[in-house]
Design a protein around this ligand. Structure first.
Ligand SMILES: [Mg+2]
Length: 435
């Protein structure tokens, strides 16, 4: 058999540039070419920013209050993070990518690996395919992406890094198409820390052995990497040499634990207010549980005061509550959480944060029809929860809720600068005027 018939593994990594900022810009073109930051929950720190902010020397994670002077001076525009918008835009990008390959691994909210073994033959060149992907995502979502191609996942990731950093690639880099002399020069100019999985600490260790560039790491014998750094680094060495060791993980593994916790927009003192917050967090956690088609056996609830407010008395506690039967029924889960909350609540403290944890998670398919009618188990409960989820999905979050909450949610997150949910809420859909 001739070699050309053997199809090599081939991967693409597609990554949205500056994802959160790009989502804001997609619906608000006034933000293009202007300095934009997106802030963490309760408008605490910068979690993303545009190129224009980066060149001002701002680091990710800087508290917003420290940026206010700079913001005024340079007209920086700040947004509260709008995860409803970002996750919907992410879904749209992933749906488009599924149109390019049946083998897809959603790696993070804005990154996706495509398995292209054999498929690359359908295209003139990988670069040609990459430009097409870019164009389509740009046209259908307004989001800018970069595409990297490689014969291993690690190389595809590296190619994406190059596509992003070096404008002459025009957003698409196929490592295999670069002439070898040029490739060697390129790899010896990139710091080893740019390699997937090599963090700051590891790159310091590698530097100590004189391995400071991607080329140097690739040229180090994998067996040596194994003795000094272990099997994970050995695998990285092989991947950089073009030996594919990391397979595409197409099936997402259901989570074994679901945590939902938030810091409050302002301090909370009373049990009823805490109960509202805990019930609301539990509703969201239970919805996540049902989305992955699971049930849980144990829940935990926790509350804490602000450890940084030295003028306050400190208190934190948690309680684990086993359920009488495995369930994903919001009513049962809230009941258990509120029971736990009542046990650990102490009057006279200023609470800053609360949360719930669902654990001992099983597949809902394993749930047996109970012998006796059990609260929160069985067919009737499942049907009711299904209706609840459908209504909330269609008419917006909290259209229907299990625990009645007051309109004035003092505990809710402070998000003073949040953009509309352009793509998920009918009231927020942008209106276009035509003449
Ligand atoms: Mg990105």
């Amino acid at each position: 058999m001739s070699n050309s018939l053997i199809s090599q593994p081939m991967f693409a990594l597609v990554d949205v540039n500056n994802f959160y900022v790009s989502c804001e810009r997609a619906f608000n073109p006034n933000l293009i070419n202007r300095p934009v930051v997106v802030l963490s929950n309760n408008d605490g720190c910068s979690v993303a920013h545009s190129h224009e902010v980066r060149v001002l020397g701002v680091k990710i994670g800087t508290p917003w209050f420290k940026l206010k002077d700079l913001a005024r001076q340079h007209h920086i525009i700040a947004f509260s993070s709008n995860y409803t918008l970002y996750s919907d835009m992410s879904d749209r990008v992933m749906t488009i990518l599924r149109g390019f390959s049946p083998h897809v691994e959603v790696y993070s909210i804005d990154e996706c690996f495509l398995g292209l073994q054999g498929l690359d033959k359908l295209w003139l060149t990988p670069t040609n395919m990459g430009q097409f992907i870019r164009q389509r995502i740009r046209q259908w979502t307004s989001l800018p992406v970069c595409v990297g191609f490689g014969i291993t996942k690690t190389l595809a990731k590296l190619a994406n890094h190059i596509a992003k950093k070096q404008p002459e690639f025009n957003g698409v880099c196929d490592l295999a198409s670069i002439p070898s002399a040029q490739l060697e020069a390129l790899l010896s100019a990139i710091e080893v820390g740019a390699v997937w999985g090599v963090g700051r600490q590891l790159s310091q260790h590698l530097n100590a052995f004189g391995i400071s560039t991607v080329k140097a790491l690739r040229d180090t014998p994998p067996s040596w990497l194994r003795t000094k750094f272990g099997v994970v680094m050995e695998r990285l060495g092989y991947e950089l040499r073009g030996v594919s060791c990391l397979a595409l993980e197409e099936v997402s593994v259901p989570r074994k634990q679901i945590i939902f916790s938030r810091s409050f927009g302002q301090l909370v003192y009373s049990l009823p207010e805490l109960s509202e917050a805990v019930a609301s967090y539990m509703s969201s956690a239970a919805e996540k549980l049902r989305r992955q088609n699971s049930i849980c056996n144990v829940i935990q609830v926790f509350i804490q005061t602000n450890p940084f407010r030295e003028q306050d008395k400190r208190y934190s506690n948690s309680m684990t509550v086993p359920l009488p039967n495995a369930s994903s029924d919001t009513r049962l889960l809230i009941r258990a959480a509120l029971f736990g909350l009542k046990c650990i609540y102490r009057q006279g403290y200023a609470y800053k944060k609360a949360g719930v944890i669902l654990s001992c998670i099983d597949s809902a398919a394993k749930q047996q029809e109970p012998l006796f009618e059990l609260y929160g188990a069985g067919d009737r409960s499942a049907k009711l929860m299904c209706v609840l989820d459908q209504i909330n999905q269609r008419y917006g979050r909290d259209t229907l809720s299990v625990f009645s909450t007051s309109k004035r949610k003092s505990w809710s997150m402070h998000r003073g600068k949040v953009s509309p949910c352009y793509t998920t809420n009918w009231n927020d859909v942008p209106i276009a005027y035509a003449h």
